[in-house]
Design a binder for this molecule. Structure first.
Ligand code: GN1
Ligand code: MG
Length: 535
């Protein structure tokens, strides 16, 4: 503890700065983060002592601009850190320099941590220029409390989650090396694609937008392991462009257009990673030059339909569910419930909520509409071995489960699962897109002058309970349109209120979104000019 007091002076907190551990950790301009990193090194060490396990610390700001950075903590099974410790993270991050030790001791006492326990922390970072010195600050924090570190250097966020899980399950999940990750995933992928006969080189070709980030680097490393069964054409590989600038999964989803720097042929399958490669979206352009997005909802539909079929063929009576948020396109929900007869459940925004809900089912497929998600499953080799192990469906299930990174959404793993499913089913991007047709939709933002949390919601954020009259107004507006739905909620990562609307035509969705924005502006105290119609 005495060493902490000395070392922390090398990572001073700027006075007056307060930050919150948000939906996905701390995130802001990199210049404000040195003390946060040191302190998260301290907290991870405490968490490690408390859980008697290895903890992960990932330095990244995902899809944010290159100047930003951030940090996420990873719990023993590779999941995001538990809510109570998010609170400690905020407490420690905002302690003034002279009360840091006091806050630290407070956490030790509250959690009854035995400081003589050893500690082990895995650290990783993305490709941002600021990540090198910031991850050094994390390592400093850990060593000043006597913890052991393993610095993985440049890795994707989901790779670090995987390492932590491998370490704490003593190799049951795989070996905790980047090489081990490539081997496990590529082996499963090659086994699966053996079931897809007569694939042409065209079918094996996939255009990948690496967002000029870590995903591009890791895709290059992994390529040889895939033995040309997947032929990746990589763009935005970081050699010239700026991270996330005019590219990446978030850009493509929000702008509903292709990233810059990608040479897309008609009908060719394309995908974009985000800045730390935990999100993915697919897309293609048709012969008329129209852009078609295959987002998280389409991914969840493809994967859950495939898994459901395999379970039936394997004779396994397991419950499968899809977990979505309010942002899921209404068509996807209807298709899953009415046509596929799959249980669908809706949670609040933020992957940790989806992850927990998914764990309630034997197999839970969860994706946010923006492409962040994965599958959690109770299926293991023991269960599968009891089902005539030679059966094709059982083998496919086994390889599929091995291909999925169950700890967290993983662009590379999701991509390989999708590629394998499309290959096995002989489907093109167009076939996949045709499973159901998205309802036209629009997302808008409104800035309000007071705390944006004047908007309080219920029913997995689908209904507003305050300010008074807002929900009634939304209900009245929605009734004016066909197949319409709309909701509002305060963002957990930006200082805005988000508005979502969908309806039978793009004009209606745009007009409904605009009318609801106006209602928010008027009833929740918007600042600046009134929202203008989109057309
Ligand atoms: C509508 C939307 O895409 N919201 C995103 C965004 O959260 P907000 O709370 O909406 O700002 O960032 C989260 C973290 O990356 C992600 O989990 C979530 O899906
Ligand atoms: Mg991300």
């Amino acid at each position: 503890i005495e060493l902490v007091s000395q070392k922390s002076k090398l990572h001073p907190k700027p006075e007056g700065l307060t930050l919150q551990y948000g939906t996905a950790g701390f995130r802001t301009h990199a210049k404000h983060l040195d003390h946060i990193m040191f302190r998260m090194g301290l907290l991870a060490t405490l968490r490690s002592k408390k859980t008697k396990s290895t903890i992960g610390v990932m330095v990244t700001a995902s899809h944010n601009p290159e100047e930003d950075n951030g940090v996420k903590l990873i719990d023993p099974m590779g999941e995001m850190v538990t809510a109570a410790w998010e609170g400690y993270a905020t407490q420690l991050a905002n302690a003034e320099q002279d009360s840091l030790l006091k806050e630290l001791k407070d956490i030790i006492k509250k959690e009854d941590i035995d400081m003589s326990e050893p500690a082990s922390v895995y650290v990783g970072k993305d490709t941002r220029p600021s990540s090198a010195s910031l991850s050094q600050a994390v390592l400093d924090g850990v060593s000043s409390l006597g913890g052991k570190t393993h610095d993985y250097g440049l890795v994707t966020t989901p790779q670090l989650h995987y390492m932590v899980c491998c370490c704490n399950t003593h190799g049951c999940y795989g070996s905790p090396t980047v090489e081990g990750y490539y081997q496990k995933l590529s082996q499963a992928f090659l086994q699966l694609t053996q079931n897809a006969l007569n694939r042409t080189d065209d079918q094996k070709r996939l255009l990948v937008d690496g967002a000029n980030g870590i995903g591009a680097l890791k895709m290059r490393e992994m390529e040889p392991f895939l033995r040309s069964e997947l032929q990746v054409v990589l763009s935005n590989d970081g050699s010239s462009g700026k991270l996330n600038h005019m590219c990446g999964a978030d850009y493509v989803k929000v702008q509903q257009k292709a990233p810059q720097g990608m040479n897309m042929g008609v009908g060719e399958r394309c995908c974009s990673f985000d800045g730390d490669a935990d999100r993915i979206v697919y897309y293609y352009t048709d012969s008329k030059g129209c852009f078609h997005l295959l987002d998280g909802d389409k991914i969840a539909t493809l994967i859950s339909t495939y898994l459901k079929e395999l379970l039936t063929q394997a004779g396994l009576n397991l419950q499968i569910a899809v977990v979505q948020t309010a942002y899921a396109n209404g068509s996807s929900t209807r298709y899953l419930e009415d046509v596929m007869k799959v249980t669908v459940c809706c949670t609040k925004t933020g992957v940790k909520h989806l992850h927990h809900a998914a764990q309630e089912y034997d197999i839970g497929v969860y994706f946010e509409a923006n492409g962040h998600g994965t599958v959690s499953s109770l299926l293991n080799n023991a269960i599968l071995q009891r089902q005539s192990p030679g059966k094709r469906a059982v083998k496919l299930l086994e390889s599929t489960i091995n291909l999925i990174n169950q700890t967290v959404g993983d662009a590379i793993s999701d991509m390989l699962v999708i590629e394998a499913v499309l290959a096995i089913r002989g489907m093109s991007a167009q076939d996949w897109d045709a499973i159901y047709t998205d309802l036209p939709n629009r997302q808008l933002k409104v800035t309000v002058c007071a705390d944006r949390r004047v908007i309080d919601t219920t029913d997995a954020e689908r209904r507003a309970v305050s300010p008074e009259g807002l929900q009634d107004t939304i209900d009245t507006l929605v009734k004016k349109y066909k197949s319409a739905r709309s909701f509002v909620r305060p963002s957990g990562t930006e200082d805005v209120v988000r508005v979502y609307a969908e309806a039978d035509t793009q004009e209606s969705a745009d007009s409904l979104a605009h009318e609801v924005s106006l209602a928010v502006y008027r009833l929740a105290g918007g600042i600046g000019d009134e929202p203008k119609p989109l057309h």
